[in-house]
Design a protein around this ligand. Structure first.
Ligand code: FAD
Length: 467
């Protein structure tokens, strides 16, 4: 029998639950649909990553005698049409947990059922689907550490294999649309390498050695010591079971205990992704509303010029500017920097986290609603397990601690390329004429951190209803 697998955020052939189940039943037709209603929420870097991954996936199928069937339109119409055209009895896909997607999936299921076609969806994107790791009362954890212990101790599934050539229906798909034809500008960033092969290489390289230094170096942006897997996990160019298996193997082959602990540190980051997926699933309103409720509304400020300076990486705080410029240049930002720039926006500039979230959503190739919202709410003191409102990052201290040689800063802020690290770390404390003489092109700080720290504390205390 013929079976359609609908690819969405699972742009891979290996370790793909719905695809491998479909292949087992005989003859599978992989399909991808450009849905204008979904593309409305997309952005240039993400579309670029997606198109490159799709092009590689299609080549993978073609090399094996199959093809990727491509359509543009409403999946409620396109999927029944594709199924009918090829005589398929069944359409399946991997579940997408975000609120909007699950509603759409339900509608697609109805349309297929009405057309007499069987529709199934399965879990795939996470090791443990939302709702499966709960407190004894069956509630979603609000504190990560408890979630992590359960996640860590539960047995994990192994990867499933890719279909082989005989399991692919011989069909021929249309060509893929261009970035421009989809209505998106050039991303103006060097997008991370996309596709299954790039993901596999990243995982292999990371698990061969950097994973053993991860615990020590993950907060050091210049070391480039993290896996870089986030866009691949977002787009499903690698399966989570494959990542887990490689990490587990690295752990069992670790040269010493510290190296094994380092593997566990990496493992615990994967659990953050699952934690935030759980949180968003039970709290879909937190995409726009604060997770943690305060007595009074937080009086965020409005300051278009400050917001623009933050976006442009021109705040005059070197570490903040370096992070914001990495985002623009690479559609990616190191995790430590995401925390620093988010704290700066919400505490030093006292701007609403939703402004920052909107910018990240536009610029990140790895933008994932659950992790992005989770990260922003955590950093701004409104989220689960949040950084308490009174713990405010000092951007100068953060820069000195995490980028002592200012290597990361100098990579992204060319105006400071020739300035010694000590001077960079003192930038804010320098006299204006000193700043003008060492780096005339680089801006003066747009706010005074000490004063803003006090003002932000007042803002949060007023929201808490404190005197
Ligand atoms: P590694 O350190 O190698 O971690 C491995 C994987 O674990 C990551 O690929 C990611 O899937 C997961 N992970 C690691 N840290 C976190 C975390 N704190 N929360 C959730 N998952 C995590 N991550 C996204 O994938 N998409 C986002 O849109 C996103 N937005 C963020 C916004 C803010 C304000 C903050 C503070 C963090 C955000 N993160 C987001 C989490 C984290 O910064 C990135 O996952 C990480 O920097 C990606 O780099 P990596 O793959 O090299 O990470």
């Amino acid at each position: 029998s013929v079976h359609v697998h609908w690819h969405r955020r699972d742009l891979r052939a290996t370790d793909n639950h719905s695809l491998s189940a479909a292949a087992e039943t005989g003859s599978v037709i992989p399909a991808f649909i450009f849905d204008p209603a979904v593309l409305e929420f997309a952005s240039p870097p993400r579309v670029a990553f997606m198109l490159e991954s799709l092009s590689e996936l299609r080549a993978w199928y073609r090399e094996r005698g199959g093809d990727l069937v491509v359509a543009t339109g409403d999946p409620r119409e396109e999927l029944p049409r594709i199924a009918r055209e090829h005589g398929a009895e069944r359409v399946s896909w991997n579940r997408d947990y975000s609120g909007l997607a699950s509603k759409r999936d339900e509608e697609v299921r109805e349309a297929l059922t009405d057309a007499g076609i069987e529709a199934t969806s399965v879990d795939d994107a996470l090791l443990f689907e939302p709702g499966s790791i709960t407190t004894q009362q069956g509630e979603t954890y609000a504190v990560y550490s408890y979630f992590w212990k359960k996640w860590r101790d539960r047995e994990k599934e192994s990867p499933v294999s890719a279909p082989d050539g005989e399991q692919l229906a011989s069909v021929s798909g249309d060509s893929l649309p261009s970035q421009e034809a989809l209505g998106f500008d050039d991303p103006e960033a060097t997008i991370p390498d996309a596709g299954m092969e790039a993901a596999r290489r990243r995982l292999e390289t990371f698990c061969a050695d950097p994973i053993y230094r991860y615990a020590d170096q993950r907060d050091d942006p210049a070391a480039d010591a993290t896996s870089g897997l986030s866009p691949h996990l977002k787009w499903g160019t690698i399966g989570i079971r494959t990542v887990y298996e490689a990490l587990d193997r690295a752990k069992s082959e670790a040269p010493d205990e510290a190296a094994a602990d380092s593997c566990e540190e990496f493992e615990s980051q994967l659990a953050w992704r699952a934690f935030y997926a759980h949180v968003l699933d039970t709290n879909p309103h937190t995409v726009t509303a604060n997770y943690r409720s305060y007595e009074n509304p937080i009086q965020w400020q409005t300051d278009a010029a400050a917001l623009q300076a933050w976006k442009d990486g021109k705040t005059g705080y070197p570490i903040v500017d370096a992070g914001m410029r990495q985002l623009r240049a690479e559609a990616f930002m190191h995790n430590r920097l995401r925390m620093i720039v988010a704290s700066f926006l919400t505490k030093d500039l006292m701007l609403d986290w939703r402004e920052g979230y909107a910018w990240f959503r536009e610029k990140l190739a790895d933008h994932d609603t659950a992790s992005d919202v989770g990260g922003w709410q955590w950093a701004s003191g409104t989220g689960t397990d949040a950084q308490p409102y009174f713990r405010i990052f000092n951007p100068m201290t953060q820069g000195e601690r995490h980028d002592p040689d200012a290597e990361y800063i100098r990579t992204y802020v060319p105006e400071l390329a020739d300035v010694p690290a000590e001077t960079i770390h003192e930038w804010v404390a320098l006299e204006p004429d000193e700043r003008a003489s060492v780096a005339p092109e680089y801006p003066d700080p747009i706010v005074d951190h000490a004063a803003r720290r006090e003002a932000a504390l007042d803002m949060f205390e007023a929201a808490r209803g404190d005197e």
